[in-house]
Design a protein around this ligand. Sequence first.
Ligand code: EPU
Length: 427
Amino acid sequence: MKKIVITGGKELHGKIRISGAKNAAVAIIPAVILSDGVCRIENIPNIMDVNLMANILHQMGATVNRVNKTTLEIDPTRINKPEAGYELVRKMRASCYLLGSLLGKFSEARVALPGGCDFGVRPIDQHLKGFGVLGAENSVSEGMINVKAEHLRGGHVYLDVVSVGATVNIMLAAVKADGKTIIENAAKEPHIVDLANFLNSMGADVRGAGTDIIKINGVKHLNGTTYSIIPDQIEAGTYMAAAAATQGDVVLQNVITKHLESITAKLREMGVQIEEYEDCVRIRNSGRLHKCNIKTMPHPGFPTDMQPQITALLSIADGTSIVNEAVWDNRFKYVDELKRMGAKISVEGRIAVVDGIESLNAAPVKATDLRAGAAMIIAALSAKGTTYIEDIQYIERGYEDVVEKLTSLGADIKVVYTEDSVIHHTA
Ligand code: EPU
C-alpha cells in the first residue's frame, strides 16, 4: 500500500507555483468534444482526474497528444458515437459532463452513472431538468444514463439549487442548440467563467458567466482553439492553510487573488498575515491561530472544497469555532481521522463544533476523500510526531506533485510503500 508519511513541526518557507484548476480542466476537456478542430489546452494540472478524462476522450476516438507536462492537444473530430465507455467513466463525478457535450454534439448521449467523492446524496436532477428544457428526454438502463433530443433547442432554465455541475452541463448542451438559452440561478465559480471563456474562444456566444444569469446563443460550428486554464483556487487555499498551520512564510505564484478572497478573509480573521500581489500571494503566520466561524456557500461564499482544510486549522486555533457545511449533506467523515490525532470536534448534522487544542499528535490516518486528504496533510504538517496517511489515491486525484511541492517548502514528507495497512478500523 502507498502512503504519505509526514513528520510534523517543520515551518514551511519558500515559493511554489500553483497548478491549473482541476475543476476547470475536467469541464474544459469534455467541452473539446464540441469542437470541429484541434484544441490546445495549456496549464492543465497533471493529476489523476484530468488524465482519466483525457483517457476517456481517447477511448471515444479522440487523438490526445501530451505536448508537455501541462499541455494537451486534443483532436476530437474522430469521435463519432454519442457514448462513453463504462469502466473509466464511473470512476469520476465529472464524467457526467460528457452528457452535456455529447448531447450538444450529437443531440444524444449515453454515459455511465457518475462516481466521485462520497459526501452523501449527489443527485443530477438539475442537470436532467436543464436537458429537458432543451428538448432532451432521459432514461436510465444498465447503469447508463441516456439523453436524447429530436431537436435540441434553446430554453429558459431556472435551477432549483445552485449547482456547478448542472450549470456546466447545460452550458455544454446549449452552445450548439438552436436558439437562445438562459440559465437562471447559475453557479458563479471561477471554473464556470473559465469554461465560458474557453467555449467563446471556440466561437460560442456565452454571456454573463460569473453572474447568476448566463445567456447562450447557440451557434452552428465551434472551431479549434488554444486556451490556458486558470490557476487552482482550492490548491492555493490548501497551501495557504498549510503555511498558516506550520507558522510558515510562503509565496504562492500563479494565483488569481480575486478567486481567493473568501479564503484570505477567513485566514486574516484567524490572525494570518496575507499580502496580495498581481499574480502571487504571500502567507505568513507566527502566532497561535484565532478561532473563527465558517459557513460554506456557493461562490463567492467560502468554498466547501476548503472546509476540511480550514477545520484542520481550527482544530489547533485558540478557542471554539463553528463550521457550518451548507453545500453537502455529509462532508465531515474526515473528522474521525482528525480525532485520532487528538482534535476535539463534535459533529451534529451539517455543523461541526471545533474546540481548538495546543497541538495535534501524529497518528495513522486515512484520506476519506480528496479534500479530506488535504486536511490530513495540513494536520500532519503541524502535528507532533510522524503521521502515516493511507488511501492517498484520493489526494492524487486533485493535487499535482503535492509531495514535491511541500518538500521544496521544507516539509518532512515522503511516499512509502508498505505490505499492508497499519490502521485497524472498526466498522
Ligand atoms: N445538487 C442537487 N441536484 C443536482 C445537482 C446538485 O440537488 O442536480 C445539490 C448537491 O447535492 C449539493 C449542491 O447541489 O448539495 C451543490 O452541488 P454541485 O452540483 O454544485 O456540485 P458538483 O458539480 O457535483 C462541484 C465540484 C465539487 C464541489 C462542488 C460544490 C467539480 C468536478 N466538482 O461538484 O468539487 O464540492 O461543485 O462547489 O467541479 C472537489 O473538487 O473536491 C469537489 C468535490
